[in-house]
Design a binder for this molecule. Sequence first.
Ligand SMILES: Cc1ncc(COP(=O)(O)O)c(C=O)c1O
Length: 430
Amino acid sequence: MSNRRNFIQKLGLAAGAFSANSLFNQAHAAEFQHVHLQKQALSPIEIAADEDYWSVVQQGYTASPNIINLNNGGVSPSPRIVQEAVERFNKLSNEGPSYFMWRILDQGREPLRYKLAQLAGADPEEVAINRNATEALNTVIFGLNLKAGDEIIGTKQDYPNMINAWKQRSSRDGIVYNQLNFKFPIEDEDAIVAAFEKAITPKTKIIHITHVINWIGQIMPVKKLCAMAKRHGIETIVDGAHSFGLMDFSVPDLGCDYFGTSLHKFLSAPIGSGMLWIKKENIAKIWPLVCNDQPNSADIRKFETLGTRSFPIEQGIGEAINFHTAIGSKRKEERIRYLKNYWASKVVTIPKVKIHTSFKPEFACGICGVSIDGMTPGELDSALFSKYKIHTVGIVWENVSCVRITPHVYTRLEDLDQLVYAIGAIASKK
Ligand SMILES: Cc1ncc(COP(=O)(O)O)c(C=O)c1O
């Protein structure tokens, strides 16, 4: 028991009110400790290909035996312990909602903020907990003091909810929203930075950057973009929906001013959880989307006046962080990149098959696009599901036309072998 506690402490899991008696501790600490000790000499890249290690992680999930889910980029499942935490908090809430939610579970928000901040490498006073990336980023987009004529630079490959928010600000407030149009994959960071820099005018106030382009998984050179923007006195907003909980980085280290993410993607937190990070000196000037009595306060908590929301979902985030931290961000990043390269490098040699995503680690991680000549993305998506029960998503969006495949830590190599087989069989009939 004391060994187990040492291990948990070593992993930095002790933070947070619920950690000491966490479900992770009860359900997984012993097996994670065992496999961790066995494999600790391996580097993250070596461990990425070690199926013994990942089988322990896979068992923590409740993946359907009837379909192969390769659309984890849309939304990811939670491990069993996270589901159990939500159920436990939900039952508790229903024993007396206003007491258990507002007087008991609400006490968990500050330790959770601390824990989330540790994961983000950030100051807890810069972290707000909310429901998804859309809410986090819309808070910033609508909260910024911008006037008619101020210019924003984004791209046509950003996420529609954010594009629409900027368009609404444009029609309501007269700001000018310029969208660059990229043709990915691009394996030249400087070319991307140069395209943004060329679009800057004396009126540019904000650059909106999607960290990982959701359509085909391109990793954008966020650090370089933020540094360039800073040289021009321009603020940056980063959409980290597909990077947080997947890639190993610290949010403040990106050099951005604002960062929003969902937690129900690669972090595997309960569905309907998100995080907003705002650099401390910027908090006071952002108007909250849903306000409290101190809209100009420098307290990050002003962004959490959401009214009655799901406390069980919010508190379930803690167990997802426990599970994630026990694996480690770098190991997770390398495993998911390994899975993507595993299947993509096999199908790329099949006649008529095209891969739409870079194989270079600096330009892609888990998300990858694939197409077959002579088939629409919708047709390929249907063919994969109807015969092979492989769930993916067909994408047709601004210079992108492919099926998006996204594995997760619970994805088995057998599932990807089945994908490779299916793509080969479908392509051979075209
Ligand atoms: C790049 C990007 N940003 C934001 C979102 C929105 O996430 P949510 O629906 O959790 O708000 C998504 C969803 O897939 C996304 O891909």
